[in-house]
Design a protein around this ligand. Structure first.
Ligand code: KG4
Ligand code: ZN
Length: 347
């Protein structure tokens, strides 16, 4: 008898719901992106986001259930992202999940959004050998994790300033490209030369597994507006292609270098990625081609599972249910990621 779990995600600017059986079989998966609502502000406006979630969440849950061909009564549980994120946004998903649990007498499962990205490898490939090294790179977070077993993770390093996606979003703004910047830079970089402009790779010393991307953004700014001499004209054509490719290459290089460091230091069996930046084709190609990672079982989840979605929430919820980690119906929304997970551990 399979256990179908409804996962609800409203922590940022995607209203998402999915039904997943046994942690990995996606029966229904619906995502509504608010990107158009926020594009003119080049970032997510919390009040606009939570209002849109309020309007959309119930129809999206209904659509996910319809895709799965299930009624709420058929569910084993309801999982919801309750941290981290914008509190007003989280509260919308939480209210919907609690109402369903109350009405249909289902267990509520509390999911940490970052952990859901860490566990996406297990959703894409439930047979992924553990322990795994997981890279989570999104607009709000960039970190390396050890995934020892479902629900047990350890953070190895994180960003000291901007997240990788944030660096791409800010870089795109400097280049005159639209928001969100990651896909815009990826598209603009097509056919460009990633070595054309020398941009820095900040590695923070030989042993560090932390990240720093703020210097890269500043370096791009000074490339466009040199301190001596006149600013360059707004980049276009081949120059824009090369700038976008060089900027993307710098972000991808740092992510790959840090993965290589961690893979050499920890006895992991697999490598998986999650978060919006994990959609990036250049990053995925680099990981597939990297000889020093070829001994690892590589899991590159489908791009739709890397960006924010309800399936990753339902999948981690399944592991919580298995372990008996049921949340109370007065569960709170919390802005910060889950505590625990030591940083900068040594093997
Ligand atoms: O995981 P996500 O959908 O939301 C957060 O939790 O932040 O990640 C969004 C981030 C944005 O910064 C966006 O620019 C970036 O992921 N992104 C990409 C690509 N698609 C989205 N970055 C690089 N390449 C992409 N194709
Ligand atoms: Zn995310």
């Amino acid at each position: 008898m399979s256990e179908a779990i409804l996962g609800i995600e409203t922590s940022c600017d995607e209203t998402a719901a999915a039904v997943v059986a046994d942690g990995a079989a996606v029966l229904g998966n619906v995502v509504h992106s608010q990107v158009e609502l926020h594009a003119r502000w080049r970032g997510v406006v919390p009040e606009v986001a939570s209002r849109s979630h309020t309007e959309r969440v119930l129809p999206i849950v209904a659509q996910a259930l319809a895709e799965a061909g299930l009624a709420p009564a058929d569910l084993a549980a309801v999982a919801v992202t309750h941290r981290p994120g914008m509190v007003g946004c989280l509260l919308v998903g939480l209210a919907a999940a609690k109402a369903l649990c109350w009405r249909f007498a289902k267990p509520l499962l509390a999911v940490d959004h970052v952990q859901a990205h860490v566990h996406t490898g297990l959703l894409a490939d439930p047979a992924m050998p553990l322990p795994a090294l997981a890279l989570v790179a999104s607009g709000g977070h960039t970190a390396l994790w050890l995934l020892h077993e479902p629900g047990r993770t350890e953070r190895l390093g994180t960003t000291r300033d901007d997240a990788a996606g944030e660096a791409l979003d800010k870089g795109a703004a400097l280049l005159g490209l639209p928001y969100p910047g990651g896909p815009a830079i990826e598209a603009a970089a097509a056919g460009g030369d990633g070595r054309a402009f020398p941009l820095p790779r900040t590695l923070l010393g030989p042993d560090s597994l932390d990240f720093s991307f703020s210097g890269l953004k500043t370096a791009l700014l000074y490339t466009l507006r040199p301190q001596a001499g006149p600013p360059l004209p707004p980049p276009a054509g081949a120059v824009l292609r090369d700038l976008a490719a060089s900027y993307q290459a710098a972000v991808v290089d740092v992510l790959v270098q840090k993965l290589l460091r961690a893979a050499a230091r920890f006895p992991v069996r697999s490598l998986c990625i999650g978060g919006g930046v994990a959609r990036n084709a250049t990053l995925r190609e680099r990981l597939r081609a990297e000889p020093a990672l070829s001994h690892l079982h590589l899991v590159l989840p489908a791009p739709a599972l890397c960006a924010d979605n309800g399936a990753m929430v339902a999948s981690l919820g399944f592991h919580h249910l298995r372990a008996g980690r049921i949340a109370p119906l007065d569960l709170d929304a919390i802005a910060t990621p889950q505590a625990g997970g030591k940083t900068k551990v040594r093997p």
